[in-house]
Design a protein around this ligand. Structure first.
Ligand code: HAM
Length: 500
């Protein structure tokens, strides 16, 4: 009897469990937790095709020249203007952004990538640089250094937005901050940087500027706005109806047609500025005039981040678009979808400057209270950030030719096992001497290598074969004439310096 019972029990244990549960059980440790390094649960998918996340893009090699061009220009200019490079972590405490960018902003409320890490810390992927710059300024006691502190940085940022042209979930900014100056001339200098930067890139832009005043000015303006929109409440979009209660200034940022119509006649903040803020704004504009920076006053520019005070500005591209096409010697208005070329191909068209909406290449402003709010030490500050992907898109749209990469002028071709191995060291020697040399060591055929050299457009191809290996020589082939010369390897560098 007992024997039979035992047998049945044994059989029960032999019943196969689903694989997933089996693996989990093996990984369980005493305190009911799963081990970090436990073997993963293997769930069989039909076929896994790797792909990047929505709104997060690879930067492919052919894009590299655009990135190098924009970053190099930005870095050179930032250094000229006295900015010092800084890098901060991609991940920060979530509360940093809640307290600086603002709890009621779209960025924090709807777009922040936030999670609890393995140590139960509430963290966020940075959606913008400014809070991290301020955190670093406070944490490293930069108050005690000579003011203002000028910081420059570049890197990826994350916002869970609806991806579309020029709007990504992972994007890159070039960011500049000036901490420790309340002088209007600092505002003008940052805006002058923007003008110069886009001039250097060759992109035509419009600089739009406004003042948001201080908290006192905004209190007055807020009640004027509420009074104005209250009677038109039903004509506002549902989001703006909520904004009317929580943050009426945000209504001015709304892109819905109905709201945009109402905004045109809304009160302007400039009429609510206190004496000090008004005087600051006038001085900024005077400095800009003096520096010959063209700008447009935009009374409804509010920016979407909570920390701004006084000066705010945005940089928008100016595109040249075809508005009419000449047909049978008559100019006819361009129809939808007709002649989609970004620039006119000939004179058979009439063009006009157009500022595309929702396409700011950069934006910034003053944030005189933020450092004080986070550290208790009043420190006026301001800054600007540029969207790198949008700048590159604009370079392409405006057909701007960018200077070529440092292209190789020499190709090293090799023939035979010994020459191929020797080429490794030879390439190193040439690189150390400052020559950029193209090669394809993986190809055996000399013909294929010469074809590649031709395609790259090098001036000279060095050919190393069995014969040259034993003679300690190398062949110089002039790619335009096809003439070949044999040179002693010892004299190679000297000869290259003469010819390249
Ligand atoms: P922002 O206006 O939020 O300002 O962003 C600056 C620029 O980053 C925008 O003008 C745009 O070119 C680019 N950008 C923003 N979001 C995206 C996106 N989802 N995809 C692609 N590009 C985007 C700030 O971030 C402030 N921290 C600027 C600042 C610095 N203010 C003071 N100091």
């Amino acid at each position: 009897m007992t024997k039979k019972k035992n047998k049945n029990n044994k059989k029960k244990h032999l019943i196969k469990r689903p694989k997933k549960i089996q693996v989990r059980r093996e990984n369980k440790i005493n305190n009911n937790q799963f081990q970090d390094n436990a073997a993963p649960v293997i769930v069989q998918h039909k076929k896994y095709l790797p792909k990047s996340l929505r709104g997060m893009e690879d930067i492919l090699p052919e894009e590299g020249k655009y990135w190098d061009f924009v970053l190099q220009k930005a870095q050179d200019l930032a250094e000229d203007y006295g900015f010092k490079k800084i890098e901060t972590p991609v991940l920060e405490e979530r509360v940093l952004f809640e307290k600086s960018t603002g709890m009621t902003t779209e960025v924090v409320e709807k777009q922040m990538y936030q999670f609890t890490d393995r140590g139960q810390n509430q963290v966020a992927l940075r959606p913008e640089f400014t809070p991290s710059m301020v955190r670093a300024y406070i944490e490293h006691g930069m108050f005690s250094l000579s003011q203002p502190i000028k910081l420059f940085c570049f890197g990826p940022l994350f916002r869970y937005e609806r991806p579309q042209s020029g709007r990504l979930r992972q994007f890159h900014q070039i960011n500049l901050e000036v901490l420790g100056s309340d002088k209007p001339v600092s505002d003008a200098q940052v805006i002058l940087f923007c003008k110069t930067f886009f001039e250097v890139l060759g992109i035509k832009v419009s600089i739009q500027i406004n003042s948001l005043g201080c908290s006192e000015c905004r209190k007055v303006y807020r009640s004027k706005l509420i009074n104005y929109f209250k009677s038109k409440r039903n004509r506002l979009c549902p989001d703006c109806q909520k904004r009317l209660i929580r943050n009426p200034l945000r209504i001015l940022d709304c892109k819905q047609e109905g709201c945009k119509d109402l905004i045109t006649d809304a009160p302007q903040i400039v009429d609510s500025l206190c004496e000090n803020c008004h005087s600051h704004f006038v001085k900024v504009l005077e400095c800009l005039d003096e520096a010959e920076v063209a700008y447009e006053l935009n009374p409804f520019l509010v920016r979407g981040l909570d920390y701004y005070t006084r000066t705010v500005f945005e940089i928008l591209p100016i595109r040249t678009e075809v508005v009419a096409i000449k047909k049978d010697s008559k100019l006819e208005e361009k129809k939808e979808g007709e002649n989609k070329e970004p620039l006119p191909a000939d004179k058979q068209v009439e063009v006009a400057p157009v500022i595309p909406s929702m396409s700011a290449l950069g934006g910034g402003g003053r944030y005189d209270n933020l450092v004080g709010e986070l550290s208790g030490r009043e420190t006026p500050a301001l800054g600007v950030a540029f969207g790198v992907e949008r700048i590159i898109e604009e370079l392409k749209y405006q057909n701007i030719r960018i200077s070529k990469e440092r292209a190789p002028k020499i190709f090293l071709a090799q023939l035979g096992e010994l020459a191929m191995r020797r080429s490794l060291k030879l390439l190193e020697d040439l690189r150390k001497e400052g020559f950029r040399v193209a090669e394809n060591l993986a190809k055996d055929s000399l013909r294929a290598q010469l074809e590649m050299a031709n395609k790259i457009g090098v001036k000279l191809t060095l050919i190393l074969g069995q014969q040259e290996m034993s003679d300690k020589t190398i062949i110089f082939r002039d790619m335009s004439s096809g003439n070949q010369e044999t040179i002693d390897q010892e004299k190679m560098i000297k000869e290259l310096r003469k010819r390249i």
